[in-house]
Design a protein around this ligand. Structure first.
Ligand SMILES: Cc1ncc(COP(=O)(O)O)c(C=O)c1O
Length: 371
């Protein structure tokens, strides 16, 4: 990797391992964790995170797609891997051959698995996904009788039964409690002994300890972020000792520094017109990199420990900042787009979205550096 790059993402391996250890201590023995490293590990770098988790006592890794699982295997990751959301039928043979656990969410996917198993004379490790009210993929309650019958006629290697909660990040709790009850009923009706029953994401695992079961699918919390303000407040009140450390810092540098005369407009649409002569910096990052256009005239970056506000609209590949408060800013000087002084939560609030989106949309083309 060249020494100077226009932008890069730093990943703190010690923060990542701290978050995992702290969460394992919170859960205690008996509940395993599967770090969710889909979507380029929520923007942190899927391979970097997988390598950083080497030799940690986890169940295995979880991803959304078959292609992500195959990329992990190709990179030499030998741990258990679970595909949570979707695989292409054309990937299935390879997934089974490579000992990757796969989601089964309807009778079509179950049949596709059966056909490949017969062809290659090898059993797949399947996790049955139940739709308990999120209305994403999954068997519905009305499918359970037929599913039970189908599985009875032909023993499948059912390694897991799982579901996903729709409201774990929010108050009130009524809907989640009802969804947990639906899950228990569906599992009871299925009457299949699977080694791993799982339905807990980060928020559920903190807020509803009974939802942890055998395995928690830990996504955002692993990266040191809070799923919502409500969960953050709840957790700080109820578990003040459980502290997470943000794993990511997103950096860039100043491509140009110059003083612009009063009255000049800044950027497309000239949404800012300078009242006085102002020193500005041009940052070679834009919305094509995942620095959202909705941050125009709202966000700030950190330079020399000081905030420098975004001036004007974010362009596709650049944006401008106000350096009038900085001390002798220089071309090439590093700046922080996300990190101490400007968190993913603050950016999410300004962009009226969630921190999940802020981090996961940072372009995978940007280098990730493990520190
Ligand atoms: C099926 C499933 N399980 C677990 C997770 C992890 O959720 P979180 O990042 O809130 O822990 C996700 C993420 O969206 C998911 O889709």
């Amino acid at each position: 990797m060249p020494k100077t790059v226009r932008t890069w993402v730093e990943i703190s391996e010690s923060a990542l391992r701290h978050n995992l250890r702290a969460t394992q201590a919170l859960f205690g023995a008996g509940t395993l964790i599967t770090p969710v490293i889909k979507a380029n590990a929520y923007g942190h770098g899927m391979l970097q995170v997988a390598h950083s988790l080497k030799n940690t006592p986890i169940w295995g890794l979880s991803v959304a797609y078959g292609s992500e699982a195959l990329t992990l295997r190709q990179a030499g990751i030998r741990r258990k891997i679970l595909v949570l959301s979707y695989w292409e039928p054309s990937e299935l043979r390879l997934l089974i051959e490579q000992d990757i656990d796969v989601v089964v969410y309807d009778f079509t996917t179950l049949n596709q698995i059966r056909r490949i198993e017969e062809r290659i004379a090898k059993q797949a490790m399947i996790h049955l996904k139940l739709d308990t009210g999120t209305s994403r993929i999954g068997f519905l309650p009305s499918d359970i009788t037929r599913l039970k019958q189908t599985l009875k006629h032909r023993a499948h290697n059912v390694r897991g039964i799982f579901s996903h909660l729709a409201n774990a990040e929010e108050y009130p709790t009524r809907r989640t409690i009802s969804q947990l009850a639906h899950f228990d009923l569906m599992v009871h009706r299925l009457a299949i002994k699977a080694p791993y029953v799982h339905l807990s994401c980060t928020a559920a695992s903190w807020r509803y300890p009974t939802s942890r079961r055998d395995l928690v699918r830990l996504g955002l919390g692993l990266y040191g972020l809070w799923p919502s303000a409500a969960i953050r407040t709840w957790s700080q009140q109820h578990r003040p000792k459980y502290q997470l450390r943000p794993v990511m810092e997103w950096k860039s540098m100043l491509a140009q520094v110059k003083t612009i005369p009063a009255g000049t407009g800044i950027g497309y649409g000239s949404t800012v017109r300078l009242k006085k002569a102002t020193t500005i910096g041009v940052v070679p990052v834009g919305y094509a990199d995942g620095y959202d256009r909705s941050l125009s005239n709202k966000a700030w970056v950190m330079i020399d420990g000081q905030p420098a506000p975004v001036l004007g609209r974010i362009c596709m590949n650049m944006f401008m900042i106000d350096l009038s408060r900085g001390r002798h800013p220089k071309v090439g000087q590093p700046i922080t787009l996300l990190g101490p002084g400007i968190s993913a939560h603050e950016l999410a609030e300004m962009a009226t979205t969630i921190s999940y989106e802020i981090v996961s949309r940072i372009s995978p083309d940007i280098p990730r550096r493990r520190l």
